[in-house]
Design a protein around this ligand. Structure first.
Ligand code: ME8
Length: 549
């Protein structure tokens, strides 16, 4: 069972590369998990976070109601995720009743148990911005508003708190007993460092006033004068969506993909909320185990600078669409997935790098290799893998070496996946292609083909070599399919693999990824009807511009 989530994104504006990236990570990982476990065992969730003040403010600026503005932007997110071929099983909007009812239920349970209580909040308030700022931010700005420069005022108000402090010891135990709870390591250390400072209870409500921004949100149960703070509302989405009779089996989440900006909420507040909920009512919430992992990636930047509205340097959906139009959607996915900020370091979106990676991995990599092998198979054997050729090929020293190399890379890919190192898993797929290329160079089937008219032994040998090549390409295609679903589907069509080996549906029949990818194993290409098909990726000219960018 696997349950994979992305953040739910604010609908104050349209989606950009950052949002697409995290959803793409979730998608690629979900596709790998479906290969490993079968489609029915995987649930992948993305969606939008709507009850934010900034949604109301930007709606007002567009002369629209908050919900109409949210509707419009939620549609943009859906379209963007359809464009990148996200395979999510559900799309949650926090303004949906199914979510709101659950949040009310969860908060009520926590109020009953005493982990949510009414208290007084005191802090530095920016009157113009209508928000509290933390002590650190206030101090850094000499107790003035960072926006208007006016003095901050000390303000007290009644609100509801979550008893976070009570969970400090249990949270520390979680970090000790589940060292992989937060990844990568640098992010885990960051959280541990902050935890040493101790945990304070956190306000989880905002007062409702005449200002429309304060009226958009879920009310605190039994107290209409307060609404639930957007973050508490938002985090609960991960649970509310699967808290139904048919989906509860998916809980707990196997991985929450997020970026480093929202790590504290996911690594600290969220697990404590879940512990509190479980304790509040074991009968109802006994199933609420803790998530296995919070995976926090770094940022996409442009020309070394963080993307921001004021700098106007966002890689927009239009830019991404232009790349997809020039190179294909799978090429865009490949670039984002393999060159993105998956680990600690930020990644630059670079045209030169895009073209370089496209040519190396795709046009000259899987594209060229599949086409060479498909062409020869069709030309010399009418596309039919000769009977016994794969086992024959495997008996030779070259075949054995190829099989060993491929099997090693498949293991490497699996180990990388277990650590959520998607780029490494995908790169292992390309390394399989490189092994096949090397085997082709060593065995020189092109040369051998020239002698098959006069030498029947040569024809048999050629069949054996090509069967081994095709088997290598098949295995590479399985490992690459989560990144390039369109192109690999096209290849499987041409190679007649949709109903047999390499089929993503094999897992549902109980075939493990390891067995699916075993070189010359039971699901290997022992037979087949391979046609050369169309070129998967045309070589790109590094000097050519991308139309629309
Ligand atoms: O924080 N590089 O929503 P949000 C990489 N609603 N990823 C980026 C990015 C960048 N430059 N910019 C944004 C929120 N992201 C809350 C989340 S979850 C319960 C509530 C991605 O619209 C990344 O995944 O500000 C980041 O964590 C998320 O968008 C923030 O999206």
């Amino acid at each position: 069972m696997a349950y994979i989530t992305t953040p739910i994104y604010y609908v104050n504006d349209r989606p950009h590369i950052g949002h697409c990236y995290t959803t793409l990570l979730g998608d690629c990982f979900a596709r790998f998990e479906r290969l490993r476990l079968g489609a029915g065992e995987v649930f992948f969730l993305t969606g939008t976070d709507e009850h934010a003040d900034k949604v109301v403010t930007s709606a007002q600026a567009h002369n629209m109601t908050a919900i109409a503005w949210a509707d419009q932007n939620a549609e943009e997110f859906k379209k963007a995720f359809m464009f990148i071929a996200s395979s999510h099983d559900d799309f949650i909007r926090t303004t949906q009743d199914r979510h709101k009812t659950r949040v009310t239920e969860y908060v009520s349970a926590l109020m009953r148990s005493g982990d949510i209580y009414k208290g007084e909040y005191e802090g530095w308030y920016d009157e113009n911005q209508e928000e509290y700022v933390t002590e650190t931010v206030a101090k850094d700005n000499e107790y003035k508003s960072s926006v208007t420069g006016r003095p901050l005022v000390r303000r007290r108000e009644t609100c509801y708190f979550f008893r976070l402090s009570k969970y400090q010891a249990r949270l520390q135990e979680l970090f000790a007993t589940q060292p992989g709870f937060v990844s990568p390591e640098a992010r885990r250390n960051e959280v541990l460092g902050r935890l040493r400072g101790g945990l304070n209870d956190v306000p989880i409500s905002r007062p409702v006033t005449n200002d429309p921004a304060t009226q958009f949100g879920i009310r605190v149960p039994g107290d209409d004068a307060h609404r639930i703070y957007v973050w508490i509302d938002a985090l609960f989405n991960y649970l509310s969506v699967v808290d139904t009779d048919d989906r509860r089996r998916f809980w707990p989440a196997s991985v929450h993909f997020i970026a480093k900006d929202i790590l504290w909420f996911h690594a600290v507040i969220w697990p404590c909320m879940l512990m509190a909920l479980r304790d509040a009512d074991r009968g109802r919430f006994g199933f609420v185990e803790l998530p296995a992992k919070v995976y926090s990636h770094a940022y996409w930047v442009r020309d070394g600078k963080k993307m921001s509205k004021s700098l106007g340097n966002f890689v927009t959906i239009e830019v991404l669409r232009a790349y997809a139009a020039s190179f294909g959607r799978d090429a865009l996915r490949w670039y984002l997935l393999t060159q993105g900020p998956l680990h600690e370091t930020d990644a630059d979106f670079s045209h030169a790098k895009f073209v370089e990676v496209y040519n190396a991995d795709l046009a000259n990599g899987i594209g060229n290799c599949a086409s060479r092998v498909g062409n020869m198979m069709e030309k010399y054997f009418g596309g039919a893998v000769p009977e016994g050729a794969l086992s024959g090929g495997l008996a030779s020293a070259g075949g054995k070496a190829l099989a060993a190399s491929v099997d090693g890379l498949v293991r490497e890919a699996q180990a990388s996946l277990a650590r959520h190192h998607l780029a490494a898993a995908l790169t292992a797929g390309i390394a399989v292609v490189r092994s096949v290329d090397q085997y082709i160079n060593e065995t020189a089937p092109f040369k051998l083909a020239k002698t098959i008219e006069s030498d029947s032994g040569a024809k048999q040998k050629l069949g054996e070599i090509l069967a081994c090549c095709a088997e290598g390409v098949r295995i590479a295609s399985v490992l690459l399919s989560p990144a390039m679903p369109d192109k690999i589907a096209q290849l499987w069509q041409a190679w007649n693999l949709t109903n047999g080996s390499a089929n993503a549906g094999l897992a549902s029949k109980g075939v493990s990824l390891a067995d699916n990818c075993a070189f010359a194993g039971p699901h290997g290409l022992h037979r087949g009807a391979i046609s050369k098909g169309e070129v998967l990726f045309m070589r790109a000219d590094p000097a050519a511009a991308v139309v629309g960018v």
